[in-house]
Ligand binder design. Structure first.
Ligand SMILES: Cc1cc2nc3c(=O)[nH]c(=O)nc-3n(C[C@H](O)[C@H](O)[C@H](O)COP(=O)(O)OP(=O)(O)OC[C@H]3O[C@@H](n4cnc5c(N)ncnc54)[C@H](O)[C@@H]3O)c2cc1C
Length: 271
């Protein structure tokens, strides 16, 4: 990078492609399929995929994010673990948006929402909206999601109307609830969770990406070795499948700032 190039943007899909190439066929990847049923008999986990394929694995590690299917299948419904923070987030790319400020992230905040505009490469601008929203969150429909943003941001100042006008032309559009995941245990039998699937602190808390890399260090001591080598009785010793004491979990992941305070710093509730 040159002296004036202070940051570099790497689209997530480009990073995924680099990792994919680096694997060079040395690891089996199953693409365009997903887990449908998990059956842990203590000696192995039988996985039925949506395609109908059935395979046995020594361990299953769910690294499938905030809305983890592995978590739902092995630990139960999301409602037990997900705390919605009454905020939704939308991230999208607009090609050729003006004004454009190179190497600068512009932020605008009003009561109830925050907008960030970042110039990334190839004349593309990335927009991030975090918006207070107490009602139902439309998860499936992009048109409903964009409608919700238009409704919540009607009358907002700065460049908001121009950004909303450009939004339907977005090259990519991401929308989600802002939630935290809190669980008493991140392992159950031969299934474990890492990253957001285990303990999403929400984007408001930051640090989610590094947490993805070291969350496994909070699995119970020797869980991995035991799960690979032990007989059924070792893994599910004393009939309890709750292996990880809550005290071992890093409190910062969700307790560093209260839910209200982290929400306020992004989307003020009042003047
Ligand atoms: C708008 C926004 C801004 C953020 N900013 C920051 C930041 O500045 N710094 C920071 O540290 N963190 C930030 N975060 C948080 C960070 O992105 C997450 O904490 C991190 O990506 C979690 O990594 P993960 O691998 O656990 O889950 P994810 O990154 O969510 O990855 C999960 C993967 O699993 C795949 N998947 C999901 N379900 C299935 C399935 N059923 N079958 C197969 N695959 C599946 C998904 O496609 C995805 O590739 C931000 C998050 C958001 C939403």
């Amino acid at each position: 990078m040159g002296p004036t190039e202070r940051y570099l943007s790497i689209p997530r899909s480009d990073l995924a492609a680099v990792i994919y190439d680096a694997l060079c066929g040395g690891v089996e990847l199953i693409l365009n399929d997903t887990v449908h049923v998990l059956e842990d008999d203590g000696d192995r986990v039988q996985v039925t995929f949506e395609s109908g394929q059935v395979r046995d694995f020594d361990l299953v590690v769910g690294a499938d994010g905030l809305h983890s299917r592995v978590r739902r299948l092995a630990f139960g419904p999301d409602e037990q673990f997900e705390r919605y923070l009454n905020i939704v987030v939308a991230v999208f790319d607009i090609e050729g948006y003006r004004p454009r400020n190179e190497l600068i992230a512009m932020m605008h905040a009003e009561v109830g929402f925050q907008a960030v505009r970042v110039s990334i490469r190839d004349y593309i601008t990335m927009v991030i909206f975090t918006v207070r929203h107490d009602g139902r969150v439309p998860i499936e429909s992009v048109s409903e999601q964009q409608g919700l943003l238009c409704q919540r941001l009607a009358g907002a100042g700065w460049e908001t109307p121009a950004i909303l006008d450009a939004m339907p032309q977005a090259k990519t559009f991401y929308f989600d609830s802002v939630s935290q995941i809190r669980m008493p245990s991140w392992t159950r039998g031969r299934v474990a969770l890492v990253g957001d699937a285990a303990a999403c602190p929400s984007l408001l808390a930051g640090q989610g990406s590094p947490w993805r890399w070291w969350s496994h260090t909070y699995w119970p001591p020797n869980w991995l070795a035991q799960a690979i080598t032990a007989k059924r009785s070792h893994v599910t010793r004393s009939g309890s499948r709750r292996c990880c004491a809550p005290s071992r979990m890093p409190r910062w992941a969700w307790a560093r700032r209260s839910r209200r305070r982290i929400g306020f710093s992004f989307c003020y509730g009042t003047r």
